[in-house]
Write a protein that binds this ligand. Structure first.
Ligand code: NI
Length: 256
C-alpha cells in the first residue's frame, strides 16, 4: 500500500534533528510520495533542495499569506524562476488567513491574486491556504476559473463549498483534523464530494491526527487520515490509498 502525503513542511526546524533518517524511513514504510511546501523564499528554496535530495519528494513554491506582508514583485520573479525546476509541481501555499490576520487583508489578496496570475501564466496548479476566509477565497477561485486549478489544503469550508470547488475542477485535501472530535464539518465535506477529488496530507509538523494528537506530525501518520476517509466513504484503506495517490499524481502531474 502506497500513500501520497500531498502537504508537509520538511524544511521546518522541528525536523532538523532527524530529517536525514526520518525521510528514507518514511519511504520504506510506504509513504511513496511527499510534497514539501514552501511558505516564503527561503523555505521554497529549502523545499527544492529536499526534492533534489530525495526522488520521492516534490516541491511547491510560493508565499503563504502570513508571510506576504513584505513580498515584492522581485520575489514573484524568484518564484517564477524556481517554478521552472523539474521537481516543482505547484505554486503554494498561497491564499488568505483571516484567523491570524497578521497581514492586512488587502495585501494578502493582492499577493494571492499575483500568484494566481503566475500559476495561470505557467499553466501550473496552486495549493491554497484558506483560514476563515472562505468567501474571499471562492471569489478568487471564480475570478481565475478556466485559467487556474488548485487544491484547498486542510479543507475547512462547508460541504456546499467543497462541491462547488470540485464542479470548477478543483480538489479538496484533508489533514488529521478529520480524526478530531469536533470534525463534523470536515466529515460532511468528505461525504459530499466524489472520492476522485480528494487528496490526503499531514501538514506536518502541525496537526498530528488522533491518536498522535499534540506530537510532532510526520508523513507516517497520513494513513490515519485515509482510514477516516475510508470509514466515511465505505471503502477499504487500500482503495483510499490507491485513489488518493492516483488523484495526487494526476493533479500534480507526476508520472512515475
Ligand atoms: Ni501547510
Amino acid at each position: 500500500m502506497i500513500f501520497y502525503d500531498t502537504h508537509a513542511h520538511y524544511d521546518d526546524g522541528r525536523f532538523d534533528s532527524d530529517r536525514e533518517t526520518l525521510l528514507p524511513e518514511l519511504y520504506r514504510q510506504g509513504i511513496g510520495l511527499i510534497n514539501t511546501i514552501g511558505t516564503d523564499i527561503p523555505s521554497s528554496r529549502a523545499s527544492i533542495a529536499l526534492a533534489e535530495q530525495y526522488p520521492f519528494i516534490y516541491a511547491v513554491v510560493g508565499g503563504w499569506p502570513g508571510n506576504v506582508g513584505d513580498m515584492t514583485e522581485q520575489d514573484l520573479e524568484e518564484y517564477r524562476t524556481m517554478a521552472s525546476h523539474e521537481k516543482v509541481v505547484a505554486i503554494g501555499e498561497i491564499g488568505l488567513d483571516y484567523y491570524y490576520d497578521d497581514v492586512p487583508r488587502e495585501i494578502q489578496k493582492h499577493w494571492f491574486d499575483r500568484q494566481m496570475a503566475l500559476a495561470a501564466e505557467l499553466s501550473m496548479p496552486v495549493v491554497v491556504h484558506d483560514r476563515d476566509a472562505h468567501g474571499d477565497c471562492m471569489d478568487m477561485v471564480r475570478k481565475w476559473a478556466g485559467q487556474v486549478k488548485g487544491v484547498f489544503h486542510c479543507f475547512s469550508g462547508s460541504a456546499e463549498m467543497a462541491v462547488e470547488l470540485t464542479k470548477l475542477g478543483w480538489y479538496v485535501s484533508f489533514t488529521g483534523v478529520v480524526t478530531f472530535k469536533n470534525a463534523r464539518r470536515a466529515l460532511e465535506a468528505v461525504a459530499a464530494v466524489s472520492t476522485d477529488r480528494i487528496m490526503i496530507e499531514t501538514d506536518a509538523p502541525y496537526l498530528a491526527p488522533v491518536p498522535y494528537r499534540g506530537r510532532r506530525n510526520h508523513s507516517g501518520y497520513v494513513p490515519e487520515v485515509a482510514k477516516k476517509i475510508a470509514e466515511i466513504k465505505g471503502l477499504s484503506l487500500e482503495e483510499v490509498a490507491r485513489i488518493t495517490t492516483e488523484n495526487g499524481k494526476r493533479f500534480f502531474r507526476i508520472s512515475e
